[in-house]
Design a protein around this ligand. Structure first.
Ligand SMILES: *Cc1c(COP(=O)(O)O)cnc(C)c1O
Length: 402
């Protein structure tokens, strides 16, 4: 059993990322969590099997490990830390952020229900709704990412409000307490994909949200080197999710969990850096003559600036903007950068850049693409952990080349 350490001490995220919810005794007294590469866990005697199964039938866990699809020790240590950082009773880790998104929806969707999604959401979430929910006869709506639009879309059978905040690429920030209020009045479950906010910048559970999802591939892992996802919430809801997760086997492997736990140890420091760098670069871009418009919730010009100030500690390091000019000028700028890698994703050590229409929405018909705001000169930056002065100098020299 892990040595309990109380959250009543009000530990902050960096402390929780290292000591959150105590620790298992480790083999050889190792400080770091061991990577246990095994697909199954043996019993000493045949009688033990019966004892184990009988206890399990009564809801008691005699020992945690049984079969690797059901989880591994490194995963459980990660889950305890993530739950502690989020302020949730329990976390369930998945092999990707999308596994978390899909399995949360699939666990709670029903044919006589109705799901509300917020637009400007992660592309694959939107695609799942548009291309697959119909096969299960699950009705849904995709609405503007704003509390009043969500309230207006509620139908008598709505059972899930699936939101994302901040959204991507326009970084809309939702008024979470307003959404929770209408949802609770109607007994609707609220889910938020808070990948871009992270548990450092926002605490949706404390605001009454039922399930929080993060792609741990991004800021939580933090080094552009792993893929994982997590859902967090009450022990009861997480138990529902865990049943589905262990059945499907969307379980992250032990090495992934080791890397994630290692990344978490610097989570708080990294987020401070991301928040400071994001604001500094957003301000520089907004003042630059070669830039037409910038979206960053920490800028007063952003439509959701007020909500961001009220709800978020910082705004991370994803910034979207329009380069003055068209496709050719935008490409010239991107190709002149020395420190930014042209690739999707965000929240890692390396700074990344994407021209959204080509990287993420190329296969959509042009008209639909433009309708959802994926114009030729829209660029998204995801700043890494480099020195911000160097990033600013690089962006400036590349903008000069246009
Ligand atoms: C990346 C991302 C996902 C998907 O996560 P994966 O780990 O890539 O599966 C979902 N939602 C948001 C907001 C993301 O940024």
């Amino acid at each position: 059993m892990p040595k309990e350490s109380s959250n009543a001490r009000n530990w902050k995220p960096s402390t929780l990322a290292i000591h959150g919810r105590g620790r298992e005794p480790h083999a050889y007294y190792a400080v770091s969590t061991p990577i246990v590469h095994t697909s199954n866990y043996y019993f000493d005697t045949a009688g033990e099997v019966e004892e184990f199964m009988r206890a399990k039938g009564q809801g008691k866990v005699l020992r945690e490990h049984e079969y690797a699809r059901y989880g591994n020790p490194t995963q459980q240590e990660c889950e305890r830390k993530l739950a502690a950082i989020e302020g949730a009773e329990r976390a369930v880790l998945y092999s990707s952020g999308m596994a978390a998104v899909l399995l949360v929806i699939m666990t709670y969707m029903k044919p006589d229900g109705h799901i509300i999604f917020t637009g400007d959401c992660y592309r694959q979430t939107r695609d799942f709704a548009m291309n697959f929910l119909g096969k299960f006869n699950v009705p849904f709506s995709i609405v503007d990412p704003a509390a009043d639009a969500i309230a207006a879309a509620i139908q008598p059978n709505t059972n899930i409000i699936f939101t994302e905040s901040p959204t991507n690429p326009y970084l809309r920030v939702l008024d979470i307490p307003a959404i929770v209020k209408v949802a609770k009045e109607r007994g609707i479950m609220t889910v938020i994909d808070a990948t871009l906010a992270t548990p450092y910048n926002i605490k949706p559970i404390a605001m009454g949200v039922d399930v929080v999802i993060h792609s741990a591939t991004k800021y939580l892992g933090g080094h552009n080197d792993l893929m994982a996802g997590v859902a967090l919430g009450s022990a009861t809801l997480m138990n529902d999710l865990y049943k589905m997760q262990r059945m499907i086997g969307a379980t992250p492997g032990p090495l992934t969990c080791f890397l994630l736990e290692r990344g978490l140890k610097t989570f708080g420091m990294r987020m401070e850096h991301h928040n400071n760098a994001g604001l500094a670069v957003a301000r520089m871009l907004e003042a630059h003559p070669k830039i037409e418009k910038v979206w960053y919730p920490g800028l007063e010009s952003h439509p959701d600036y007020r909500i961001a100030v009220e709800q978020m500690l910082g705004n991370g390091s994803v910034i979207s903007f329009l380069v003055r000019g068209g496709n050719a000028e935008t490409r010239k700028f991107i190709d002149a950068l020395e420190l930014f890698l042209i690739t999707p994703s965000l929240g890692g050590s390396e700074s990344l850049i994407t021209q959204m229409w080509a990287m993420s929405f190329f296969d959509y018909p042009e008209e639909y693409r433009k309708n959802i705001g994926m114009v030729d000169n829209l660029v998204r930056l995801a700043l890494g952990l480099e020195d911000v002065d160097d990033l600013i100098a690089d962006l400036r020299q590349a903008l000069e080349k246009i």
